[in-house]
Design a protein. Sequence first.
Length: 217
Amino acid sequence: MACDFDSSRVTVVDHPLVQHKLSILRDRTTGTKQFRDLVRELARLECYEATRDLPLADVQIETPICPTTARCVAGRKLAVIPILRAGLGMVDGVLDLVPAARVGHVGMYRDEVTHEPHEYYAKLPGDIAERLCLVVDPMLATGGSASAALQYLRSQGATDIRFLSIVAAPEGLAAVLEADPDVHIYTCSVDEGLNDDAYIVPGLGDAGDRIFGTLDR
């Protein structure tokens, strides 16, 4: 089903290496360890794009050759907020690039019948209002959990929020962008849509189960 959304607030990270890694991630034969490693790598590459506009300041340093002016990130504090539990698989990829980032957690689960999100846990850095928040979840399906998580962050004072997913359905993009007029979304792929069970097609299956090895065999 086609679904309109504001594409100006969506960045598709379509680098060839991203698309190559995503193809392996989608493959049903990819094992738990490789799947977990790929999620981390893709999160790292997305974080690179999502932080492209961080402000810089000139600093004076001395190389082994001579003094020079270099550029460093200018005092911008970050937080990475995984939506539990699958979002945990993306945290280390962000921390690889921004090791000083604080980590918060928002726990959401989806009712298997109604597909509605329910919050069961939340813990954020105390200065969340002062931080650029990177909310991470591999799957953006209906957008219910993401919208609820963003609403909670806004209620806690967060103002600059960017949402990072690995695959997204048009329905989820439209829902999140409508629910939060200021969020920007980064994803590696906008897929075809949702099936009757609200799973992304073609998707990559249940990301949480594949990351943590809890698939029924």
